[in-house]
Design a protein around this ligand. Structure first.
Ligand code: CO
Length: 134
């Protein structure tokens, strides 16, 4: 059901510093910052030949990554995003198998303008999973 890794997301406390690490030290192309108020984050994408790395900084008072950064102040891997062909079919299959879909269970529009869902880390080996319909 899942396809390619669309991106690996890293929560960071200081987005300009993280951009400098990826752009200047690691020599990767990095996009302009994109505020996503619906998701409580500002993101940039590091474009790699085989996938992307998403750097996430909290945006607003109730950011879902604020608690993550309290536990991991230097930042850390926050989620992995897998591509699916049909996000509603994927959701229904996972829900029928007992997996927990976060939020109200309905896809939101993600950073690429495509529907996304998040799955509970306790059901997936301790890793927050994002599904993106491509
Ligand atoms: Co993501």
């Amino acid at each position: 059901m899942i396809g390619k890794v669309n991106h690996i997301a890293i929560a960071v406390p200081d987005l300009p510093a993280a951009v400098a690490i990826y752009r200047d030290m690691l020599g990767a192309p990095v996009s302009q910052p994109q505020p996503l108020p619906d998701h409580g984050v500002t993101v940039v994408f590091v474009e790699l030949p085989n996938t992307k790395v998403e750097l996430l900084e909290p945006l607003g008072g109730s950011s879902p990554i604020a608690a993550f950064l309290e536990k991991a102040p230097a930042g850390g891997i926050h989620h992995i995003c897998y591509e699916v062909d049909d996000i509603l079919a994927a959701r229904d299959r996972l829900a029928a198998a007992g997996a927990r879909v976060l939020g109200d269970g309905n896809p939101k529009i993600g950073a690429h303008g495509r529907p996304v869902l998040f799955l509970h880390p306790k059901d997936f080996c301790g890793t927050l999973i994002e599904l993106e319909q491509v």
